[in-house]
Design a protein around this ligand. Structure first.
Ligand SMILES: Nc1ncnc2c1ncn2[C@@H]1O[C@H](COP(=O)(O)OP(=O)(O)OP(=O)(O)O)[C@@H](O)[C@H]1O
Length: 474
C-alpha cells in the first residue's frame, strides 16, 4: 500500500498550540522555510528561554478576527522573501496538523497582510514520505473559517502567557507563590510596581509606561493592589484592560469592594446577611446611630481600616459615644456595627476562585481580643464550612463582581454574617492552613479566561481611524 502523504498546491492547516483551528496555506517547494502571518511580534521571557507573542489574522477578508498567539522562539534569522527583500524574522516551532497528521514545523513570523495566503508551507516542513501534487487542491481535506465563528466563547488553548503582577511587594509570599505557580506552568511573569506606572491616554493606542519605556501587551494582569493605592491602581488596571489584557479582578469590582460603605450597601441590596450596620454624616445623629444597631456593645470601624487597625469595640453606650466623638473630631469616616458576640473573637475566611470556595480557614483572636486578624496576633486553623456559609460567601463575591476574593464571615446565632470581601486576599495564611495550592488554582483560572482574541482593540482602532478620516473630509 502507498504510504505517501499527499499534499496539494494549497492545504488547510491547524495549529493547536497557537489556538489556530484553520489556516489556509500555499504549498511552495521553492521556499525553504515556512512563514506565518504575524503582526505586533514581541519577544518576552527569560533570555535562555525566549518566547514570542504575536497577533494573527487568520481570515484574510475579516481582519477584525485577531488571535493572540505565543510560542517558544527557536531562532531569529535573516530571511529573503519572494520579492528579494531581506528581513530579520523570529522563528517558532509548533505542531501543525494537516488532515490526520500532526508534526512539528518551524515557522518564520512575518507580515503577510497583502498576500492571499496567511501561510506559506516551505519544503523544510515537508517530510521525506510526503509528496506534493501540483494539480491538486486540499488533498488532505478542507477546513473552514467558520471555526472562528464562536471563537471568543471557545476554551482558549494552553499557550505560554505573558503575565504581569501589579504589586508594590514583589517579594512577599503571595506575589512569589503566584509567580512560581505561573512559571511552573510555562508562563512568564513580570512584577510591575503600580506606583511607577505612567498612563498615556490615547484613544487609538493606550499605553502604560514604566521608567519611561512602554510596557508590552500582557495576556493577563494579576492585581495585588494595596489599600493605599486603590484609586491609582484602578486607573492602571483600566489602562491594561483597554490594551486588551485579561484582568483577574476588574477595576470596578476592586473599587466596589474597597469602598466599605458601598460594599455593605451592595450586600444589603442582594439580601446577604451581615451585622446590622449604620452610617451617619451629622454629629447630631450619634444617638440614632447607636440605636440603629441595637445599642451597646457595638463595633465602630474606620472606613479606611485594614488589619483590624481602626476597629474598636465599645462595651457601653458611653464608650460608644466617646469613640464616635473621637473619630468625628479626627474627621474620619466610620461605620457603626452590631457586635456579634457569639462569634467569640473568631471569623472565617473563604477563599474564592471563579465561583468556588477553594480553601477556608478560621482565625481566632488572642485571649481577650475580639479581633481575629492574624496581624493582631490571631491564629489560623482548619475549618469545614457549612453549605450556608459557603453559599453566602459565594453570593458576596458575586455581588461585588470579584473572580478572586477572600470573604470574611462571622458565625452568628442566626447563621453566617458577612464582614468583608477582600479583592487582594493574601495567600500565606490560607495556603499554609488548608494545605491547598491556591496560587495554582488562580493560574488555572487565568488560563481558562484569557481572551484568545483582541477584537476590542481592533474595533477601537478602526473607530478612531474612521473618525479621523471623517474629520479630515469635513
Ligand atoms: N461586628 C462585629 N462583631 C464581632 N466581631 C467583629 C465585628 N466586626 C469585626 N469583628 C472582628 O474584628 C476583626 C477585624 O474587623 P474587619 O475585618 O472588619 O476589619 P479590617 O480592618 O477591615 O480587617 P481586614 O484587614 O481583614 O480588612 C474581624 O476579623 C472580626 O474578628
Amino acid at each position: 500500500m502507498d504510504k505517501t502523504f499527499q499534499l496539494g498546491w494549497e492545504e488547510w492547516a491547524a495549529f493547536p498550540k497557537l489556538g489556530l483551528p484553520a489556516v489556509r496555506a500555499k504549498v511552495d517547494t521553492g521556499a525553504r522555510t515556512s512563514a506565518l502571518h504575524a503582526v505586533s511580534v514581541e519577544p518576552f521571557g527569560p533570555l535562555d528561554k525566549p518566547q514570542v507573542r504575536f497577533i494573527m489574522h487568520p481570515v484574510p477578508d475579516k481582519p477584525e478576527i485577531e488571535v493572540v498567539c505565543s510560542a517558544p522562539a527557536v531562532d531569529r534569522r535573516e530571511v529573503t522573501s519572494s520579492n528579494g527583500e531581506r528581513e530579520l524574522r523570529w522563528v517558532i516551532e509548533t505542531p501543525m496538523k494537516i488532515g490526520e497528521r500532526t508534526w512539528p514545523v518551524e515557522l518564520t513570523l512575518t507580515n503577510r497582510e497583502s498576500m492571499t495566503y496567511r501561510m506559506l508551507l516551505g519544503r523544510q516542513a515537508i517530510g521525506e514520505d510526503m509528496m506534493v501534487s501540483p494539480g491538486q487542491s486540499c488533498a488532505q481535506g478542507a477546513l473552514s473559517y467558520e471555526l472562528y465563528k464562536d471563537f471568543p466563547r471557545r476554551r482558549p488553548v494552553k499557550r505560554p502567557l505573558r503575565v504581569a503582577i501589579l504589586t508594590r511587594e514583589p517579594n512577599n509570599y503571595s506575589s512569589q507563590r503566584l509567580k512560581d505557580a505561573a512559571e511552573t506552568r510555562g508562563h512568564v511573569v513580570e512584577m510591575i510596581n503600580t506606583a511607577r506606572c505612567t498612563l498615556a491616554l490615547d484613544a487609538a493606542d493606550p499605553r502604560v509606561f514604566y521608567d519611561g519605556k512602554p510596557l508590552p501587551a500582557y495576556d493577563a494582569i494579576i492585581p495585588r493592589i494595596g489599600a493605599s493605592m486603590t484609586g491609582y491602581g484602578m486607573a492602571v488596571l483600566r489602562q491594561f484592560t483597554m490594551m486588551g489584557a485579561y484582568c483577574l479582578n476588574s477595576a470596578e469590582a476592586i473599587g466596589a469592594s474597597r469602598d466599605k460603605l458601598y460594599a455593605h450597601q451592595v450586600l444589603a441590596r442582594e439580601g446577604i446577611a451581615m451585622p446590622v450596620t449604620a452610617f451617619a454624616h451629622s454629629p447630631k445623629d450619634t444617638n440614632n446611630l447607636i440605636a440603629h444597631v441595637g445599642g451597646a456593645p457595638l463595633v465602630v470601624k474606620l472606613l479606611q481600616s485594614t488589619q483590624g487597625r481602626g476597629v474598636v469595640l465599645a462595651e457601653t453606650k458611653k464608650a460608644a459615644e466617646s469613640v464616635i466623638d473621637a473619630f468625628r473630631g479626627l474627621e474620619a469616616n466610620f461605620i457603626v456595627q452590631e457586635f456579634v458576640k457569639e462569634a467569640g473573637g473568631a471569623d472565617i475566611r473563604c477563599f474564592i476562585v471563579g465561583g468556588k470556595v477553594v480553601a477556608t480557614m478560621m482565625r481566632q483572636g488572642e485571649a481577650g481580643e475580639f479581633r481575629s486578624n492574624l496581624h493582631r496576633g490571631g491564629s489560623a486553623t482548619k475549618v469545614k464550612v457549612s453549605k450556608d456559609e459557603r453559599l453566602s460567601a459565594l453570593r458576596a463575591a458575586k455581588a461585588l463582581g470579584l473572580s478572586v476574593a477572600g470573604v470574611d464571615l462571622l458565625r452568628s446565632s442566626v447563621g453566617p454574617k458577612i464582614l468583608e470581601v477582600n479583592s487582594s486576599p493574601g495567600l500565606e495564611g490560607v495556603e499554609r492552613t488548608s494545605g491547598k495550592d491556591v496560587a495554582g488554582m488562580i493560574v488555572e483560572y487565568i488560563e481558562d479566561h484569557v481572551r484568545p482574541i483582541a477584537r476590542k482593540t481592533v474595533r477601537r482602532k478602526k473607530a478612531v481611524a474612521a473618525k479621523a478620516a471623517a474629520d479630515t473630509a469635513s
